[in-house]
Design a protein around this ligand. Structure first.
Ligand code: NAP
Length: 485
């Protein structure tokens, strides 16, 4: 790519995984005129915000790393959250991008005026840029259910992503609401510390077993000495995850059946008490909801101080949670592992595109973007991990890297000075969306469960084709799908 000297100015919103990636890649391309806006005081995004006990990533660490920053130092196959946070901090530091980050300042509005984006932050700071990259993440606005009586609770209560580390857990009576990946990781970590642990399950989950061995010093030394071995490990993991990624978009595939079998076996072989086993048995197909991966959840929930509570929650009271069967579950600590508002993306920021159209208008029905990246009417505004993109149990880092490469190609005419604006056309988005909505019919996400993947119509807000198809689409934008001015 050549830069004829027309310097483009960029705003990157968010210094999480995708924002760090964008800054590094822009810098590598010689596009050094950028500011990363970060509302918090550190990089890391979801890994900064989530600090709950047991936090780890259920994508193997050697896959959940940037392709350009492999490390031989991961301690485990699935390393813990603080290690992942340290990785992002180190990569940001080593690539010397932290100087370009404006910490503690949240972007509140972006307005497209006379061919440029006018940015305003919560502190009143203003900026004018040619290109905005919204790297604001997907799961960061906590979903807090409106339980009756919540204000009466006299113990400590917080959402899983807002952990209060001052609260004493050892010996405490801990309640966890939810059975998603977060609650499951937390249950395993807390059961040996809590005096009593009550897990409030509304919907049972299939659990995929997965060992989590540490890497020995010898193995790490071997990776250091032979980078090609590290690369080979990553390739093998990618191939393994591709099997999963392809299985979930074809509910009847043999691979999907194999995954279901592994989950069923895990339940049958590892839960001894038949009553508990039935209470833990989902009534829908494995991977319909995001598949939970855990080496030890069934062990944890069978500990003598743990209880799986399946009665629906009636209300929260001063001393605990009352279920509809009339039982009061007395608690000192109540953790809401109740997930996130998944359709917020960069909102509540206001975004006003060409011709005064607002994001609220463009997304009045629901969030959408062509290829998850470009919103018609919002030129030079790009999203990483935007709406309807690939989700599942695989690395969103690879997704963001591929998307960033695609955006850089879209920007070539702007860099050469041939154009000033680029955006997906409305027709391209309409066609893409029609094909997407048709393709989701084959996926496992529509086989009869409720999950955060489903939009308000019950249609999965996801990429419904193979991961290879995503890789191939990201190789080069379809020229006809974009309008340049
Ligand atoms: P989640 O998967 O959305 O789970 C939320 C849980 O809260 C569900 O069990 C839900 O029950 C329950 N819940 C919500 N409202 C409730 C209510 N009013 N009453 C009772 N129960 C209620 O959230 P999450 O566990 O935080 O995970 C969200 C996503 O974050 C994951 O799917 C994954 O993409 C990501 N994550 C990844 C990792 C990783 O290791 N890579 C770890 C943690 C999270 P229902 O099932 O009945 O709705």
């Amino acid at each position: 790519m050549v830069d004829d000297g027309r310097g483009l100015r960029f705003a990157i919103i968010g210094a999480g995984m995708a924002g760090i990636l964008s800054a590094i890649k822009l810098q590598e391309a010689g596009l050094t005129d950028f500011t990363v806006y970060e509302k918090a005081d550190r990089v890391g995004g979801t890994w900064r915000e989530n600090t709950y006990p047991g936090l780890s990533c259920d994508v193997p660490s050697h896959l959940y790393s940037y392709s350009f920053a492999p490390t031989s130092d991961w301690s485990h196959r699935y390393s813990a959250g603080d290690e992942i946070q340290a990785y992002f901090e180190r990569v940001a530091h080593e690539h010397d991008i932290t100087g370009g980050i404006r910490f503690g300042d949240e972007v509140i509005s972006c307005r497209f005026v006379d061919g440029r984006w006018s940015i305003e932050t919560a502190s009143g700071h203003r900026d004018e840029v040619d290109v905005v990259i919204a790297a604001t993440g997907v799961l960061h606005h906590p979903h807090i259910p409106d339980f009756d009586g919540v204000e009466d609770f006299e113990g400590s209560m917080f959402h899983s992503s807002r952990w209060d580390h001052d609260v004493k857990l050892d010996g405490a009576r801990v309640g966890i609401i939810g059975t998603g990946s977060t609650a499951v990781q937390m249950t395993s970590a807390l059961v040996n510390r809590a005096g009593r642990l009550s897990l409030f399950q509304r919907t049972a989950q299939w659990i995929m077993p997965a060992e989590n061995p540490p890497y020995s010093d010898d193995e790490k030394a071997e990776f250091r000495a032979n980078p090609e071995q590290l690369a080979e490990l990553r390739t093998n993991l990618t191939q393994m995850f591709d099997i999963f990624a392809n299985a979930i978009v074809d509910a009847d595939s043999p691979e999907m059946k194999m995954i279901a079998e592994m989950c069923r076996d895990n339940l049958e072989s590892n839960v001894r008490d038949p009553e508990l086993r039935e209470a833990l048995r989902p009534d829908y197909q494995a991977a319909c909801k995001r598949l939970i991966v855990s080496p030890d959840f069934y062990d944890a929930i069978q500990q003598s101080n743990a209880e799986l509570v399946t009665g629906a929650i009636d209300r929260v009271e001063a001393t605990g949670v009352r279920t509809r069967d009339g039982r009061l579950h007395e608690l000192d600590v109540l953790v809401l592992a109740t997930g996130f508002k998944t359709d917020a993306f960069m909102r509540p920021m206001t975004v006003t595109g060409r011709d005064g159209e607002t994001l609220a208008q463009a997304w009045a029905a629901r969030p959408n973007a062509y290829m998850s990246i470009s919103i018609p009417g919002f030129p030079n505004f790009f999203m990483l991990n935007g709406p309807n993109g690939p989700v599942g149990n695989f690395s969103l880092i690879e997704v963001a890297e591929l998307q960033f490469g695609y955006i850089m190609q879209l920007l070539e005419p702007l860099r050469s000075g041939a154009s000033r604006e680029v955006t997906a056309t409305r027709d391209a988005m309409k066609e893409h969306e029609a094909a997407r909505v048709q393709a989701v019919e084959k996926t496992v996400w529509v086989t009869g469960c409720h999950s955060w993947y489903l939009d308000d119509r019950g249609i999965p807000a996801t990429w419904p084709w193979s991961f290879d198809r995503f890789r191939s689409e990201m190789q080069a934008p379809h020229a006809a799908a974009f309008e340049y001015r």
